[in-house]
Design a protein around this ligand. Structure first.
Ligand code: AGP
Length: 610
């Protein structure tokens, strides 16, 4: 995904936009651009990060009080200045930024080229600016030109446009990509997400689809595409500015790792009543009768969210005795899955904007299934597409590598499984109270893991130069291994593979030698003895073993090279607790390797394209 930011008000737009783009860089950061207007339009773009653009414009006297900016994650056209946004009309008097995919851009480009329009870039986005220019030439009215151009677009978009012909206004619209307006005091801000707006105002207008906004410093008018004004509510955001600052941390990821005790509490409180043994989920919008009619569950997601689903599978099968299938969203949507009105689909997405997961939701609904989204972003697309929502209340997650959202997602699945078990009379009040008490005790256990951070740093320091890691786990330790491996590879760029420890002897054991660190989830529980024999198999082949073990287990320390202990808890909750040291291990390895932890190469916070 890309980041869009626009400003109109009393401040020099360039300063506000550069600051805003820095807050949006996690969305995409292979190229950057800005346009401001002070009588005439001035546009600057470059490959790389916002700091490089800042350098490039440092001697420019940009005094305009209105402008737009863009951070790009390339989809069509490589990262270079020509493909960077804003895109301009041929006379450089209209500028436009876009996030999303214009699916019919090839046809539009061909038609426009036939009409004599010359394209400078390889992007899909550029077709929009030439459509606007075409309609403006015919109408001499920027609003009509904007509306006329948008009608041709198929696909997803969030768009902001400014022009010398209408120098006090920002035009904005969205479909399938988020865009929100901050209503300040004699200033307005438009952004892809709320983080950069909070510095100026907490008064928010959420743009919906099939409408557009005309934004000035003192007014935001929203209309449908027939020109009818749509009254919009101004919502006061509950998110505080400090929620979007790094504070004393070097990277957002470390801040978010440390927020997990708090985010789990936020996710469970006012929903779980330990004494009563009940879970209340207000927005699932599926009646108890309908829920009891479900005969299977399909969980679909991508990446870390899929790993949360793999942990949740254990809960739903054990507590609610429901058959569960886990589906990669990108595969699910193309496989003509056998689902019907008795299938409950749970779609997990931190951002609520992941294209593959949104498409899986659409596929599920087209086949009559009920869909519950587990999501961290209120107002995101998935929360509107699903029948019901279980909000994770992890707060803004800015680090590209998901941490607190993951543990909140697993917490949501844990709560839902208990809710379902109680609904089906499969779990007594006492048993539910017991399991709910355990989740309330989890935040304190996570804090105990933080006490061991120096030890985890030392282990990272010992192994960060390795070219490969293998992560092994059994049972609920298997998705933990997958998630630990994903964290390591996506921020340190070390090849890391998560594998079922039981499966190792069917192939991966050939990888074992004295150069391969093997992280093993070796917690007390049903598969402990078997995991010890897996460790022996690794040691017999000179592999190095880093064990994640249960506090108090002295014996394991004799068998392995390094141990990271975590407090004892219910086996089910190790699906959360055991991931914490793996998040820290990956973080420190990445820092030691000089990687940009919050903005890993090639990645973006949410993949809003296929
Ligand atoms: C997780 O660390 C990654 N950034 C990535 O796998 C992510 O989980 C995946 O893209 C799904 O994103 P979503 O939860 O916003 O749908």
């Amino acid at each position: 995904m890309c980041g869009i930011f626009a400003y109109v008000g009393m401040r020099p737009a360039v300063n506000v936009i550069v600051t805003g783009l820095k807050k949006l860089e996690y969305r995409g950061y292979d190229s950057i651009g800005i346009s401001t207007i002070n009588q005439s339009l001035h546009t600057f773009k470059c490959v790389g990060k916002v700091s490089e653009l800042e350098e490039k414009i440092s001697d420019e006297k940009l005094t305009g009080k209105l402008g737009i900016g863009h951070t790009r994650w390339a989809t069509h056209g490589e990262p270079n200045e020509l493909n960077a946004h804003p895109h301009l009309d041929k006379d450089n008097k209209i500028a436009l930024v876009h996030n999303g995919i214009i699916e019919n851009y090839k046809e539009l480009r061909a038609e426009l080229q036939k009409e004599g329009f010359v394209f400078r870039s390889q992007t899909d986005s550029e077709v929009i600016i030439h459509l606007v220019a075409k309609y403006y030439a015919a109408s001499n009215n920027m609003e009509q030109a904007f509306v006329g151009a948008i009608q041709h677009l198929e696909g997803t978009y969030a768009i902001c446009l400014v022009s010398e012909f209408d120098p006090k206004k920002i035009y904005a619209t969205r479909k399938g990509s988020p865009l929100i307006v901050g209503v300040g005091d004699k200033e307005s801000i438009v952004s892809s997400d709320i983080a950069p707006i909070l510095k100026y105002t907490k008064n928010i207008i959420y743009l919906d689809e099939d409408e557009y906004a005309i934004i000035t410093d003192t007014q935001t008018i929203v209309k449908d595409f027939h020109g009818k004004i749509r009254p919009k509510e101004v919502v006061k955001s509950s998110i505080n500015v400090e929620d979007v600052e790094k504070g004393q941390y070097d990277f957002y990821m470390m801040k978010e790792i440390h927020e997990q005790p708090y985010s789990i509490i936020q996710t469970i409180q006012d929903r779980c009543d330990v004494e009563a043994g009940t879970v209340t989920l207000r927005y699932i919008n599926i009646s108890p009768g309908q829920m009891l009619g479900m005969n299977r569950i399909v969980i679909t997601a991508c990446g870390t969210s899929l790993h949360a689903g793999l942990v949740g599978e254990f809960y739903l099968e054990k507590f609610a005795q429901m058959p569960v299938e886990i589906e990669y969203a990108a595969e699910f949507r193309y496989r003509n899955p056998i689902i019907d009105s008795k299938t409950l689909v749970i779609a997990i997405s931190q951002s609520g904007e992941t294209a593959d997961t949104l498409a899986a939701v659409a596929e599920a609904k087209s086949k009559g299934a009920k869909v519950i989204a587990i999501c961290n972003v209120a107002g995101s697309t998935i929360t509107r597409e699903a029948d019901g929502v279980i909000y994770t209340k992890a707060g803004l997650e800015i680090g590209v590598a998901s941490t607190k959202a993951f543990t909140a997602q697993v917490t949501g699945l844990y709560m839902f499984a208990i809710y379902l078990a109680r609904l089906k009379y499969l779990m007594s009040k006492e048993t539910a109270s017991h399991y709910l008490r355990q989740i309330f005790e989890l935040p304190a256990l996570i804090k105990e893991v933080f006490v061991d951070e120096d030890h985890i740093f030392n282990i990272a320091n010992k192994y960060y130069k390795s070219d490969h890691f293998l992560y092994l786990g059994r049972g609920i330790g298997f998705p933990v291994a997958l998630e630990g491996a994903l964290k390591m590879k996506e921020i340190s760029y070390i090849h890391a593979e998560g594998y079922s420890a039981a499966e190792m002897k069917h192939g991966p054991i050939a990888l074992i030698d004295e150069n391969l660190p093997v992280v093993v989830i070796a917690l007390k529980g049903r598969s402990y003895e078997k995991i010890l024999s897996n460790i022996s198999e690794v040691k017999a082949r000179k592999g190095m073993v880093i064990a994640i073990a249960t506090k108090g287990d002295r014996a394991i320390a004799q068998l392995v090279d390094d141990v990271i202990y975590i407090p004892d808890t219910e086996e089910e909750l190790t699906g959360i607790l055991a991931v914490i040291p793996l998040q820290l291990l990956a973080y420190y390895a990445a820092v030691l390797r000089g990687c940009h932890v919050d903005q890993p190469r090639n990645l973006a916070k949410s993949v809003t394209v296929e």
